[in-house]
Design a protein around this ligand. Structure first.
Ligand SMILES: Cc1cc2nc3c(=O)[nH]c(=O)nc-3n(C[C@H](O)[C@H](O)[C@H](O)COP(=O)(O)OP(=O)(O)OC[C@H]3O[C@@H](n4cnc5c(N)ncnc54)[C@H](O)[C@@H]3O)c2cc1C
Length: 408
């Protein structure tokens, strides 16, 4: 039985550990904390089975002006942030041009249809059905122009990709989502998506399943990974070491630091997001994406989670402006909101400039594997990424577009 070390117990690492276990590996999962306590803790909880077009950088002059002038709530930047992430941003801009974006879409078109189907058996086996809703999410439009653009997008997604999406007019939206107090022109109902009412709990349930199936979960600092005669060795927090023939880097936004030590330079773009929970007068039935205000409002077990878009800053803001603007937008829709926690949570989306995760063998390092860089869609793509990684480790084909070799 091959011994395999998975480094990082976010949703991506835990799902990979389960997929490898399924293929007969004896897997040890190592994290410095409990499973699901970092990026996988704080997301908006949507398993986005409609997301066949990964988010490109907006390059139209109007959109760039809105971002540059601070009018858009989608992106917050500072000169220091631009300097710090300059190389990754330039690459992201290059990959966002239509031809390059089309290549990313072609890869996503193969991944996304497997997103829900590959989570389904894990959810069932982990006994996590109580955390999942299968009635989609709503993308709201506050202007007729926005709704017209949404209608055109819905037609395109339905015709080109077979995505199940319904256009709701104002009356249809009121009937579907009575919690919204304000009259809006309409919404798109992305019907195939699933939502998770506690993303950290989902990761923890997957980790429990992995342990029930014989997997080991240990604490340690992945940065201590080094070569050993048998393959790879890592010191553990509780003392002693663990050894394995293969090691998988699944450290989300921390992956470039470890990959770099083994010669793989990863130009990752880190897009910080914030969230906080609130008690609204009436909780919406669905997750609501108010993209004109750069926020997602997700009904979660802890309250209504308001999630923000991208802050490029390295350090978190103690008073995140994007969240304040998001709170105001949410209050317009749902009435007064009472915060649950004193402070916002923050984490960084591990985005690759070409918008594709990095899955496969690290070049020139026998037995070292990558599974990171899932950007905006790590929850969505975690289960299928684990399956692809396990196939590649078994000698099967991997998409060359995802392979770490593309970074060299
Ligand atoms: C605000 C926000 C909203 C989002 N909404 C969605 C959504 O609706 N749908 C979706 O699909 N995705 C969403 N995402 C993206 C998604 O959350 C991420 O892509 C995903 O969580 C990444 O998972 P991961 O396992 O790769 O990383 P992480 O969850 O960050 O896991 C990495 C793990 O590595 C561990 N680690 C780091 N360094 C070390 C070390 N030195 N030693 C040991 N362990 C270490 C950490 O403790 C952590 O457990 C969102 C992200 C944000 C920020």
């Amino acid at each position: 039985m091959p011994e395999t070390l998975v480094l990082g117990a976010g949703i991506v690492g835990v799902s990979a550990a389960l997929a490898l276990q399924q293929q007969g590996h004896a897997v040890t999962l190592v994290d410095r904390a409990a499973p699901g306590q970092e990026t996988s803790f704080g997301n908006a909880g949507i398993i986005q089975c409609e997301a066949v077009e990964p988010y490109a950088m907006p390059l139209a002059p109007r959109a760039l002006w809105q971002i540059a002038s601070g009018r858009s709530n989608d992106v917050r930047w500072t000169p220091a942030a631009l300097m710090g992430q300059g190389e990754a941003l330039l690459r992201y801009a290059r990959h966002s041009r239509p031809l390059a974006h089309a290549r990313a879409i072609a890869a996503y078109r193969r991944l996304i249809p497997e997103a829900c189907t590959s989570h389904a058996p894990l959810i069932e086996a982990a006994g996590a059905e109580d955390l999942i809703r299968r009635d989609g999410y709503l993308e709201l439009f506050r202007s007729n122009r926005g709704l017209d653009e949404g209608r055109a997008m819905a037609r395109r997604f339905a015709e080109d990709y077979g995505v199940a999406v319904q256009v709701l007019d104002g009356a249809g939206l009121r009937a579907t989502e009575p919690a919204i107090r304000r009259d809006l022109p309409g919404a798109l109902h992305w019907r195939d998506c699933w939502t998770v009412s506690d993303p950290a709990a989902l990761t923890a349930r997957y980790a429990d399943l992995f342990a029930r199936r014989g997997g080991r979960i240990l604490r340690g600092d992945a940065m201590g990974l080094h070569r050993a005669a048998s393959g790879w060795r890592l010191g553990l927090a509780e003392g002693g070491t663990v050894e394995a023939g293969a090691a998988v880097i699944a450290l989300g936004p921390w992956s470039p630091a470890l990959a770099g030590r083994f010669g793989l330079r990863v130009p990752m773009l880190l897009k910080r997001g914030y969230h906080r929970h609130y008690r609204p007068a009436t909780t919406p039935r669905h997750t609501l994406a108010d993209l004109e205000h750069g926020v997602v409002l997700a009904p979660m077990q802890a309250g209504l989670r308001i999630c923000t878009a991208a802050d490029l800053a390295a350090q978190p803001s103690p008073d995140p402006r994007q969240l304040r603007r998001g709170e105001a937008a949410a209050a317009e829709l749902l009435g007064p909101l009472d915060p649950v926690e004193p402070q916002a949570w923050t984490g960084r989306r591990p985005c690759m400039p070409d918008m594709l995760p990095v899955i496969g063998a690290v070049p020139g390092q026998r037995g070292l594997w990558a599974n990171f860089g899932h950007g905006h869609h790590g929850l969505t793509l975690a289960a299928i990424s684990g399956v692809l990684l396990a196939d590649a480790m078994a000698g099967g084909a991997v998409f060359p577009e995802l392979a770490p070799a593309r970074l060299t």
